[in-house]
Ligand binder design. Structure first.
Ligand code: ZN
Length: 215
């Protein structure tokens, strides 16, 4: 399956995104955060297109052929490949925040366990951790970082609607968990987004340890 490019879409820009996604995915897979071909990654190519991982590929071994072009409605562009089943959750972020360029979604064990543990209360409130400052916009541990946990579903419009409802309620959103599933986070470039993901993984692991030790 080969990727072609409609007029106005830069193949160089797409391949730069594809290479950045493959590089990040390899590192995240090595950490064990993308088991059994799960997880998906995307990067904005221009104002109306993104590069995203093709469904079902081993995230530790991605190359350019495993990444495809989509428009911001989640439709394949210039290829017959099938984008990730969760593409709508990526394009929602790009449509909502024009300066967001990267969305990372992983399924680590820590993310999965934390999502189950906090699902009943609907969110996790992170407070008093120095590493909250790794999230753009946070400048002190004396702040509260709230990560919602949405119910899992295979019906993406339902999840999209839950994210919209959270935002429409005026609540800040830097990441969200899906119950029994994994985490979504994003940023203005790959470095910022990886920093967010690593910080959140660390913070969730700390919260789980606290509960284990105080049981
Ligand atoms: Zn997933």
């Amino acid at each position: 399956m080969s990727q072609t490019f409609p007029p106005g879409v830069s193949s160089e820009a797409f391949f730069a995104c594809a290479d950045a996604i493959a590089g990040a995915a390899k590192d995240l897979a090595a950490l064990g955060w993308t088991p059994a071909t799960s997880s998906n990654f995307s990067m904005r190519v221009d104002d109306s297109h993104a590069a995203i991982t093709i469904s079902g590929r081993d995230k530790g071994r991605l190359d350019r052929d495993d990444i495809m072009l989509i428009d911001l409605d989640g439709q394949a562009v210039g290829t017959d490949a099938r984008p990730s089943a969760e593409t709508a959750l990526h394009t929602q972020v790009y449509r909502r925040w024009p300066d967001t360029r990267v969305v990372l979604h992983t399924h680590s064990r820590t993310q999965s366990v934390a999502s189950r543990l906090f699902a009943a209360q609907g969110s996790i409130r992170l407070e008093g951790w120095e590493l909250q400052k790794a999230i753009t916009g946070f400048h002190t541990h004396e702040s509260m970082l709230q990560i919602p946990v949405f119910p899992n579903t295979q019906h993406m419009p339902e999840l999209v609607a839950r994210v919209e409802a959270w935002l429409d309620a005026g609540k800040p959103l830097h990441a969200y968990l899906i119950d029994g599933h994994g985490i979504y986070t994003w940023g203005r470039d790959m470095a910022e987004t990886r920093r967010h993901l690593e910080a959140l993984e660390f913070l969730l692991a700390c919260e789980l340890d606290l509960r284990r030790l105080s049981a």
